[in-house]
Design a protein around this ligand. Sequence first.
Ligand code: SF4
Ligand code: SF4
Length: 142
Amino acid sequence: MEYIPIHVVIVLIPEQTCVQCGRCCEKWGWGQKGIIEDIIPWIQEGRQDILQHVSLIFQGGKRCSGRDISVDDLPGIVLIHYWTGTDGRALSYCPFFRKADDGKVYCSIHDVKPKICTGFMPWNEGIRDYALNCPACRNSAP
Ligand code: SF4
Ligand code: SF4
């Protein structure tokens, strides 16, 4: 499997360069809400490897796994949750987090990862306790 960097950073500020330590994914890469736009391509491309880790709640309270839905079901979804195990239990880690032999962390679904991940740039978050743990967040140091 080809591993792709977790964060592809446009280095407008040279001091803020992602070193792929993976701390952001460990802390924020699970227990998150998703959006419909994330799961449409996963359904269309048959990405059961991803959908099996998604749980959904529909109008009326029905719950199901992402592996059991089609595009016709999308209008009824009221909540998308990342991530669950294949037994449906919520995970407290991201199943797509990979630590490689080079010591860096890679995202195994980089090309199709959710918007919550593609849009996450910790140096812009203003989350002080977190930013201080990100090696790329030097501008947030005390
Ligand atoms: S915590 Fe910071 S340096 Fe580490 S992977 Fe996340 S963005 Fe990159
Ligand atoms: S999907 Fe990828 S970028 Fe998002 S939390 Fe998991 S490993 Fe990190």
